[in-house]
Design a protein around this ligand. Structure first.
Ligand SMILES: N[C@@H](Cc1c[nH]c[nH+]1)C(=O)O
Length: 368
């Protein structure tokens, strides 16, 4: 028999105190984006599958959890990523707004499958998007705001792994032709030199070796860039690395494609000390307007759950136990000072067992 408390695989309840920690992390990220001029949007949890797909160039729909809506008789999809919804909003209801358009968001997303590292299928994602440009200054702003948001959320020891998501397609269409681009991308993703050779793509082997600290990686890539086709991308990566180098360790892995479905000339993964796997991701991409016009954009998403799971979220309020008979105005005074209060309802109430950090005694706060 299934236990009544059992949830579907990959879904979980957040209980105290982690639920509150998630709220604080979410608040910290949103405050950072709002302070940097990003206006908040709240797209719905589900929408028509057709509006969720196709708005971002090159996005696929493999990760969608779908339901049939009895009202519209159409297929709805639960959002796996809020960036696509921001793209839809920017291309439709906010198409008339001045560019660059800066939008931010936070909310739950759901994927069909978790990963080995992260089996959860539901996650809280918060982030920001700049619509109207994907030029280097915009990418630098996106990475900087992402690092500020991570720091505000309590993450330390930050690193940024840059990648060039459309690199292989660009090389394959130019100086390094191959019969099967997708197969080459796949083998580069797995860093499988033998399989690449078998595909007749030995010219791509140096890309695997180029991964590493950003200076050395750019140097190695420049050496194989005979036609100069990579020059603008490498100059961009150099400028981004220079702009953020003091704040985070920067590496470049030119063939990392995993999770970069729709990103174009530049992508980045964010990591933090003590947090398992990526703590965020971002990059440049194109939004497709209803008339077919493409608009450049760049942004980032931070995954809040791993930050909470790592226990680095900012501390919550002190919880002050108010014994029976505490005067009425004390709670209000403590609230105004930023403390939470827990009022005793009987003599039997136990401050420590109720998770209090302090007790109100003798007219003052006493630590427990
Ligand atoms: N939403 C993307 C990251 C991103 C935001 N903007 C551009 N890319 C993700 O979660 O993978």
């Amino acid at each position: 028999m299934t236990s009544p408390s059992l949830l579907p695989e990959g879904l979980r309840d957040r209980l105290p105190p982690e639920a509150e920690a998630l709220g604080r992390v979410r608040g910290a990220v949103l405050t950072t984006t709002e302070l940097n001029g990003y206006a908040r949007v709240e797209p719905p949890l589900a929408e028509f599958e057709t509006t969720l797909l196709g708005r971002l160039k090159s996005s696929r729909g493999t990760d969608l959890l779908r339901v049939i809506d009895p009202i519209s008789q159409r297929t709805l999809a639960l959002r796996p990523d809020i960036t696509a919804q921001v793209g839809r909003i920017a291309a439709t209801r906010l198409a008339h707004r001045a560019r660059p358009l800066r939008l931010c968001y936070a909310g739950q997303v759901l994927k069909v499958r978790g990963t080995q590292l992260r089996p959860e299928r539901e996650m809280c994602q918060a982030g920001a998007e700049i619509v109207g440009t994907d030029a280097v200054p915009a990418v630098i702003e996106a990475v900087r705001v992402a690092l500020d948001a991570l720091a505000a959320a309590g993450a330390t020891g930050l690193s940024v792994d840059l990648t060039l998501p459309d690199l292989v397609a660009t090389l394959a269409a130019g100086p390094m032709p191959v019969a099967d681009v997708d197969a080459v991308i796949h083998e580069l993703d797995g860093k499988d030199a033998g399989a690449l050779a078998a595909l007749g793509a030995t010219a791509y082997l140096p890309l695997i070796e180029a991964a590493g600290p950003v200076d050395a990686a750019i140097e190695r890539l420049s050496a194989i860039d005979s036609g100069g086709i990579l020059a603008s991308r490498l100059a961009g990566a150099r400028a981004i690395a220079d702009a953020i180098g003091g704040r985070a360790t920067v590496t470049l892995d030119p063939t990392e494609r995993h999770g970069f479905e729709y990103q174009s000339w530049i992508g980045f993964s964010l990591f933090a000390d003590g947090v398992r796997g990526e703590v965020g991701r971002g990059g440049a991409y194109s939004i497709v307007h209803p008339d077919g016009r493409e608009e450049p954009a760049v942004g980032f998403s931070i995954y809040l759950d791993p930050i909470v799971d790592a226990g680095v979220a900012p501390h919550g309020r002190d919880r002050v136990f108010l014994p029976l008979g505490t005067e009425g105005q004390v709670a209000g005074t403590l609230h105004a000072q930023g403390h939470a209060t827990v009022a005793a309802l009987s003599d039997a109430d136990d401050a420590a067992a109720l998770g209090c950090t302090h007790i109100w005694a003798g007219g003052a706060l006493q630590p427990l």
